[in-house]
Design a protein. Sequence first.
Length: 158
Amino acid sequence: MNICVLTISDSGYKGQRKDLSGEAIQKYVEDLGHAVIRISIVPDDPKIIEEILMKWTDSSEVDVVFTTGGTGLSTRDNTPEATIAISEYLIPGIAEVMRIKTFDSTPYSILSRAVAGVRSRSIIINLPGSVSGVEQCIDVIFESVLHAVQIVNDDTEH
């Protein structure tokens, strides 16, 4: 798969904080033999998030965009709204299972507003902004994401 990683963080964008969660996503997918073809950090501005998600997903080479950050309850957490705004349709089960499966480890997981959606045959998945949250969530969903990519691309032999 060709994967993009988008970190949404005001402080990361300003260089005030190192992007560890985006790096964790990149390491996870590359360790499984997939290519991270784009990685970027943007501020938590809905229009900027929407623009980069549209640019990346409208490219025919992108299978999955993982976002990290901006999924909480703060007024600056805009990732879910930006994802919903540009998605053709949502895949609610992905975010639901991330919250459910990580609840025992992190009771605050139910406060996540993460979503997953599809645009231009690319899947967008919002992950938490912490390394531990990323690692827990991506491990829960990754096998299903592989299958979802096939389905979204009309590979119906499976």
